[in-house]
Design a protein around this ligand. Sequence first.
Ligand code: WT7
Length: 642
Amino acid sequence: MTQADSRVAHLPTTSYYCPSGKYDELWRRADEDPEGFWAEQALELDWFKRWDKVLDWKAPYARWFVGGKLNLSVQCLDRHMKTDVRNKVAFYWEGELGDSQVLTYGEMYRQVNNTAGALKRLGVKRGDRVAIYLPMIPALPVVMLACARIGAPFTVVFSAFSGQALADRVEDTGAKVIVTASGMHRRGKILPLKENAVEAAARCACVEKIVVVKHTHHQVEMDPNRDVWLSDILSGCDEYVAPEDMDSNDPLFILYTSGSTGKPKGILHGTGGYSLWIAKTMQWAFDTDAQTVWWCTADVGWITGHSYVVFAPMILGLTSVMYEGAPDYPALDRWWAIIAKYGVTAFYTSPTAIRMFMRHGEEWLSRHDLSCLKILGSVGEPINPEAWLWYYRNVGKERIGISDTWWQTETGGFMISPTPGIQMHALKPGSATKPMPGVVPAVVDADGKELPNGETGFIVIKKPWPGMLLDIYRNPDLYHKTYWSRFPGYYLPGDYCMKDQDNFLWLLGRADEVIKVAGHRISTAELESAIVGHSAVAEAAATSRPDEIKGEAIILFVTLRKGTPPSVEIKNELTRHLRATIGTLATPEEIFFVNLLPKTRSGKIMRRLLKAVATGAAVGDTTTLDDGASVDEAKAAFAELT
Ligand code: WT7
């Protein structure tokens, strides 16, 4: 029994264990006859033209529903116009300032058509890329669906990314248009999004227009040749824009995420397989029905928001909550107040948020009636059993289950999660439990050999699934190298995993140079390349240490150029530089100044050592080190500050 296993003995799991369910049967059917299984599921979508072939698998490329034609905006909108869903609420939107909007499916349909028309009039054609840099306001799903409708692949850039990070993404996609807002509200402040968009446009020759959504009411400078207000280019009257007949494997969106390289990579998703995957996995993991009131707290700038704030709930015709602001603004009960106000039945958030609330105590929860909740969810990073149990006891009142969903930007939708929509497994706090039907995982050692239960290794996925990424945008070599080269034929997610004696899967964190700060993905290479861009920095190495709330915190070791002595000022300056280059999520917890970085004789930074120093662990073998003094130095620098 592992340590995590032993805690489970005290958990009353039996109350929601349903042995008569269909999980085993569905998983087996999807494994034995994937084409038959997925063809049957795909009938739940509206196709302009049926596919010729369900799956074309030429590793490492899987193409689902080859020859099939459809449009995602039709799945989310048009088909609901023929049913009662037309007048159902799609989004209860709540602003940070306490303002609110109620948008029905009919209203979303009208706005998406108008916006699609406006984008077309601006010159956006099928295949043109659009960058979307918007806060959590209704215009965000509207613009995404408008792009999908006219066949323009979009890239959503998280609003906390800097102008420079936006520019990198705009440039890589070659976007013609950036859609942004005047600004956004965050903890009572106004953040100037439009200014960042202007900075990005100035760097990227591809950008022809900036479309601005009026949201904050501060003065915004508009360049008459380049900038337009969205409200000015909407036709004003009802308008219908025919949806493009997209091929099932045409690109739908590009979403940038961090890997082992200094630059984020553009994960490319398609339409047919992706739409089906997110809709089915949502039903399975959250047992949704017509009465569900769904709230996923993720920002739409991440894959969680794409798949489970916007698209899957809309494909399923669910009512959702969308909230603009911070969880603790104006007070720590804001989220609980929202749950009670809208009668949220399914609530999906991150371990970081749970740990933050845990620290502040239960009294904030007890002010609100949370009896509307029927299911909880967790995503983004491993959830420690303490946080799981706190969530289970205090938010769920020990009466409802938690779907801990393990997945990635690349996977499109949930991969490993409890599936109460099919059958509720017993739950174990900290385990994402079992693979979804269609997901065939294995735990392997460094040579690709399958490990016995109880041993920790790398998780791999042995077969393609419908939500699998199409490619890395404009970089197929990196696609091969990152996911398919280490264990040929298997998809490599990059996480450690252990399968226990009951075949439950425990996802144990990243096995590569990716850091998860509050569930957000950032790589050591990206941090290093950003910080050496500062003129005072000679060399830098990034690592992380465990953080009680955020999961991991960024630690940097920096050697300064001659002439710049270490100081608090330069430390602050470097922090500012990182925030300006990447965004607020790159804020380091600590920067240590050293004279040398520990390197091997071949010149590679010994990250293992820096991590050990940063976490206060034993340093271990240093025989291949070039200069043992640098470890001692890093240790001394660390000791001084802790
Ligand atoms: C990485 C993917 C999944 C959407 C949000 C993040 C970690 C995610 C879990 C979980 C343990 C998890 C993994 C994964 N992760 N969910 N439930 N348990 N780890 O997407 O930014 O692409 O990050 O997040 O390390 O590889 P992402």
